[in-house]
Design a protein around this ligand. Structure first.
Ligand SMILES: [Zn+2]
Length: 96
């Protein structure tokens, strides 16, 4: 069929090329776009996955603020009318 023989670039679903990194010798802030401030360190994991990511001080503070907002929106305690039987899931996962 004409028009179907062009090579097409395709990315595997869910795989971002920039996330495929080898063990870095120098930590780079994962939120950095040239506007980082302070030391870049592997920060305490906030998510349930337990993975830590390198961030500079500036972006780490921004991440903490975002975490505060997440906790306000998704409190530790489920709403009184929430039931695990409804969704078949458990409260508390931060993967959304
Ligand atoms: Zn940064």
């Amino acid at each position: 069929m004409p028009g179907c023989d062009k090579p097409r670039l395709s990315l595997k679903d869910g795989v971002m090329p920039e996330l495929i990194v080898e063990e870095p010798t120098v930590l780079e802030c994962i939120d950095g776009f040239g506007d980082c401030q302070g030391a870049v360190e592997n920060r305490t994991p906030l998510s349930a996955s337990g993975r830590s990511f390198p961030r500079c001080e500036k972006h780490w503070e921004a991440r903490l603020r975002r975490q505060d907002e997440l906790l306000r929106r998704y409190p530790e305690q489920p709403p009184h009318d929430w039931s695990p039987l409804d969704a078949g899931e458990s409260w508390g996962s931060e993967d959304y």
